[in-house]
Write a protein that binds this ligand. Structure first.
Ligand code: C5P
Length: 313
């Protein structure tokens, strides 16, 4: 096999309920993950040694060493399969880098699946997800896709089957936000406020809205406990959220740890209007339209190079 390409979606958290800090330093979470149609593509090709290449917007912020989750995924799987991780990993970024949309986790999930296919590891998907959880809390969801409730540190998943298609707009910001820094700011703000931290639980109205395919009810119930922290570190995001709602969105929130802002539109046409107005508002770098839920990581059929002229001599 010469190479394998995997396509993997971004995620937005429809609800991110952050509980207390656990003994391992992670926060107890309830996360309603939703996979949306912004994709990274990861191609792995046999090589003499492990290498990484990256293409797309914002790639200056992607580390090209052993700290990259995709490299760590190849090393982890190779170790489990008792082989060397000798592949060239090529990442084509379509997911905003350090944007709170699980781009790094998506690349790790894609690399696990691509390498397992290339190396004919036949590792069950459930096992790939368990390996993914060792790399990051969001990696198992990037593999699963759809809509799912994550508990624990976000890695224990239960799918929420939905038939409706929801239309989204994502306002991209300049530069990323560090996830540990946002969680740290969340703890600091809670301490300053003397806030009691309850046990996180899924919001029933939100799950009902998802099942009913009701964009208005879903928009009214979007909630992210990390949002005050992201706004504290990046106050300019408040203007982005206001601009998107004024443009016709029915709900808004900071995506994960930010700084990407997510807007739910009532339909596809309105999503395009919201994106256009956001772009014109000067409150974001760019806006992208997407829909959800979409499936998780999947191997793409091999590209057939079109032959224009051919001759056997
Ligand atoms: O698991 P992942 O590597 O994506 O987490 C990145 C960082 O986000 C962690 O190092 C931690 O600071 C924070 N985090 C957390 N609680 C979670 C998930 C992530 O505190 N449940």
């Amino acid at each position: 096999m010469s190479s394998v390409t995997v396509s993997v979606p971004a995620k937005v958290n429809l609800q991110l309920a952050v509980g207390g800090v656990r003994p391992d330093g992670f926060h107890e979470l309830v996360s309603v993950f939703h996979a949306v149609s912004l994709y990274d593509e990861v191609t792995v090709t046999p090589a003499d040694r492990l290498s990484l290449a990256c293409e797309g917007e914002g790639i200056d912020e992607v580390p090209l060493d052993h700290s990259n989750l995709a490299a760590r995924a190849a090393i982890l799987l190779a170790d489990r399969l008792g082989r060397e991780p000798n592949v060239r990993i090529h990442i084509r970024k379509g997911i905003p880098v350090a944007g709170g949309m699980a781009g790094g986790s998506a690349d790790a999930a894609a690399t696990l699946l691509a390498c397992d296919t290339l190396w004919r590891g036949d590792t069950p998907r459930e096992m790939l997800r368990r390996l993914g959880a060792e790399l990051g809390s969001d990696v198992p969801f990037s593999d699963l896709g759809g809509t799912a409730i994550g508990t624990g540190r976000g890695e224990r998943l239960a799918s929420v089957p939905t038939t409706a298609r929801f239309h989204w707009v994502f306002a991209l910001a300049d530069g990323g936000l560090s996830t540990p820094a946002v969680y740290g700011e969340c703890d600091r703000l809670r301490e300053v406020a003397g806030e009691a931290v309850g046990r996180p639980a899924p919001r029933e109205e939100l799950i009902a809205a998802l099942r009913a395919g009701d964009a208005y009810a879903l928009g009214a119930n979007l909630v992210n406990d990390l949002q005050p922290a992201a706004l504290s570190l990046r106050p300019a995001l408040a203007a982005t959220l206001t601009a998107g709602m004024a443009a016709g969105a029915v709900g808004s929130l900071v995506s994960g740890s930010g700084p990407t802002c997510a807007f739910l539109a009532p339909d596809r046409e309105t999503a395009h209007v919201v994106a256009e107005r956001l772009t014109g508002s000067g409150t974001c770098r760019a806006a992208r339209v997407a829909f959800g839920a979409v499936p998780g990581a999947r191997v793409l059929p091999r590209r057939v190079v079109p032959v224009e002229r051919e001759n056997t001599v």
